[in-house]
Design a protein around this ligand. Structure first.
Ligand SMILES: C[S@@+](CC[C@H](N)C(=O)[O-])C[C@H]1O[C@@H](n2cnc3c(N)ncnc32)[C@H](O)[C@@H]1O
Length: 242
C-alpha cells in the first residue's frame, strides 16, 4: 500500500474557519490583507480556501517539503515556492503567516534568527507576521504519546483505506521535543514512520528572538479568543509588526 503523507495530513488537519477557532482567527486577517506569504504552507489548504472565498490579491506559499508542495500546486492560481522560512523572498507582503504550529519546526537558534530576518525582509513597511507556538507550560507533548496503539481510532483515507496514526515522544531535551508519527493498518502493520523535532519557546525567549530580528509585538494572545497569555494558556499567538 502506498502512503501519501501529504494527503493524510489534509485528512487529519482540514483547514476550516467555520469549524476551528484558530483557522477563524487567521481567516479575518488573511482576507483583509492585500498580499499574503504563507511560510510553511504545507499542502496549501489555507491559501486554497481563501482564494475560493474571494481573496483577489497576491498569494504565495513557501514550504521545504516537495510532496506537500506538489499537493498545493494542484491549484495554479497561487504562487508556490520550495524553500524554508530562511529562504523567504524579499518583498512587500502585507501579511506573512506561519500556521499549524509550523513556527515550532524552527529548532535551532540559528534557524530562528535566519528565518525571522528573512520573513521580516519579505514584508512591506506596515507588514505583519502572525503565527502561533504552543506554550511550553501546557506540555502538549505529554498528551501526544500513545502507550497502546490498540487504543488508537481507525480512520478512513480518501482512497477508502483504513489507517491508524499515532505519535510517540522520543526525547524532551530542554525546549525541544523529538517524536515520531507511525501510520499503520488496523491490524498494526506499519506503513510509515516520520520523525520530527519541535521547539517550545516560552514568551520571554520568543520575544527576545523577535526583538533581535527587528520586529515589534503588536499583540500577543494566550488563546484564539484574544485573551491574554497567562498561566493557563496553551498557545502563544503573536501579531508582530515589521
Ligand atoms: C504542521 S505543518 C503546517 C502546515 C500548514 N501551515 C498548516 O497550517 O496546516 C508544518 C509545515 O512546516 C514546514 N516546515 C518545516 N521546516 C520548515 C522551515 N524551516 N521553514 C518553513 N517551513 C518549514 C513543513 O514542511 C510543514 O509543511
Amino acid at each position: 500500500m502506498d502512503l501519501d503523507p501529504a494527503a493524510l495530513y489534509d485528512l487529519l488537519n482540514p483547514w476550516n474557519p467555520d469549524a476551528h477557532p484558530g483557522d477563524r482567527f487567521y481567516f479575518g486577517l488573511l482576507m483583509a490583507a492585500e498580499s499574503v506569504l504563507d511560510v510553511g504552507c504545507g499542502t496549501g489548504a489555507m491559501l486554497h480556501l481563501i482564494r475560493d472565498r474571494g481573496h483577489g490579491g497576491r498569494l504565495v506559499g513557501l514550504d521545504p517539503d516537495r510532496a506537500s508542495l506538489d499537493r498545493a500546486r494542484r491549484r495554479t492560481d497561487i504562487e508556490w515556492t520550495e524553500g524554508t522560512a530562511a529562504d523567504a523572498p524579499r518583498g512587500d507582503f502585507a501579511l506573512a503567516t506561519m500556521t499549524g504550529h509550523a513556527f515550532q519546526c524552527l529548532v535551532t537558534d540559528g534557524e530562528l534568527r535566519a528565518s525571522l530576518t528573512a520573513v521580516r525582509e519579505a514584508l512591506g513597511p506596515d507588514g505583519r507576521f502572525v503565527f502561533e507556538t504552543r506554550h511550553p507550560q501546557a506540555r502538549a507533548w505529554e498528551g501526544w504519546d500513545v502507550s497502546d496503539p490498540d487504543d488508537v481510532a481507525v480512520l478512513t483515507d480518501a482512497a477508502g483505506r483504513e489507517l491508524k496514526v499515532w505519535h510517540t515522544v522520543d526525547e524532551v531535551a530542554g525546549d525541544v521535543v523529538a517524536f515520531h508519527e507511525t501510520t499503520a493498518t488496523p491490524d498494526g502493520t506499519v506503513l510509515g514512520v516520520g520523525h520530527a523535532r519541535l521547539r517550545f519557546l516560552d514568551v520571554a525567549a520568543l520575544n527576545r528572538f523577535l526583538a533581535e530580528a527587528g520586529f515589534t509585538i503588536e499583540a500577543q494572545y494566550g488563546d484564539w479568543d484574544g485573551s491574554p497569555v497567562d498561566t493557563t494558556s496553551r498557545e502563544i499567538v503573536t501579531i508582530a509588526r515589521r
